[in-house]
Design a protein around this ligand. Structure first.
Ligand SMILES: [Zn+2]
Length: 328
């Protein structure tokens, strides 16, 4: 049993100690052996497990590949995770088979400590320990992927709330009359600015035979956000409309978060970062217009440093913090 991460923490130069970091996502699972400086020594990925036993087999195979003793296993997982018991309290969608499960029991690794937290929170922990938010004490992070995850560091402590649900910023209502979200609410940020939202908006235009430059891919998949952002830059009117609309919602949401949390820095992570630096300038512009009176200062908006395996590193970082190997 491990305490939830509610203390303030900061990074220090650490010695050679190691942990297994695991990041369970809706489409893929990633893991690595991570050292105390956040370096990934060995990493692997696989399609997301669909059963408890396939998750256990994956983690055991990673652990066996470690040629060195590890201090524990850290797990980042979608949904609401009770860090004190490692129980998955709520996880709608592809990983719903984990709901109600206690990850330390599921993984069954003997006496090795197991820590678990929400995936966006571990990504933020990784960025605070080793990445784009290193040394910061007030940070807001959004992970922009198939959904929108969020995590908030306030005065050096991860905001948890009374039920561990705090920081689910992707479920901020942008339009009370908007579409139904996975969470049961309507018009959440996630329904406007996630890879699935952008893909489906572009597809809706294709379906209506609006003039689009992209078409279905050879494998039958929709054009992905990276292609849609590129098409927008190349003059595809439809892509430009879809991207501008999504950015308008994202910018408005960020303004709300800036007014709510007043952070030093805002970190954007997740697959959508592949859209590149062209994402940042229009967002900064929209934010500057909307914050000029009350906030009156420019807040840096940066990309996650550890793209791809940031959640894995952060999950291992959770072990280091809980085991007091990195100073708090
Ligand atoms: Zn929602």
């Amino acid at each position: 049993m491990h305490k939830p991460l509610s203390q303030s923490f900061q990074s220090v130069d650490s010695g050679e100690f190691f942990a297994v970091g695991v990041d369970i996502g809706g489409t893929g699972i990633k893991a690595a052996i991570v050292n105390g400086r956040g370096d990934l020594l060995e990493s692997c990925r696989a399609p997301s497990p669909r059963t408890v036993s396939s998750l256990r087999d994956f983690v055991h195979s990673v652990k066996q590949r470690a040629k060195i003793p590890v201090r524990g296993i850290g797990v980042g997982c979608k949904g609401i995770i009770d860090a004190s018991s490692t129980r998955v309290k709520s996880c709608p969608g592809d990983l719903c088979f984990l709901e109600g499960e206690c990850l330390s029991e599921v993984l069954d690794v003997g006496d090795l400590p197991i820590c678990a937290e929400n995936d966006a929170r571990v990504a933020l922990i990784g960025e605070v320990l080793w990445g784009a938010a290193r040394g910061r004490r007030n940070v807001v992070m959004l992970t922009l992927g198939s959904g929108v995850g969020g995590a908030v560091l306030v005065d050096g402590a991860i905001l948890t709330g009374v039920n561990n649900a705090a920081g689910h910023l992707g479920h901020t209502t942008m339009d009370p009359h908007g579409g139904l979200c996975i969470c049961g609410n309507y018009g959440c940020l996630e329904t406007y600015f996630s890879s699935r939202a952008i893909e489906s908006d572009y597809w809706a235009h294709m379906h209506r035979a609006a003039p689009t430059k992209l078409s279905m891919r050879n494998d039958g998949e929709l054009p992905d956000p990276e292609a849609i952002f590129r098409a927008a830059a190349d003059g595809d009117e439809c892509a430009r409309y879809v991207v501008n609309r999504a950015l308008e919602y994202l910018g408005a949401a960020l303004v709300g978060f800036l007014h709510t949390f007043d952070p030093e820095i805002f970190v954007l992570g997740g697959n959508i970062v592949a859209a590149g630096p062209q994402l940042i300038a229009p967002i900064q512009d929209k934010i500057a217009r909307r914050t000029r009176i009350l906030l009156g200062r420019e807040v840096p908006i940066v990309f996650q440093k550890m793209v791809g395996f940031g959640g894995v590193a952060g999950a291992a970082g959770l072990v280091f913090v809980n085991e007091k190997l990195l100073s708090i």
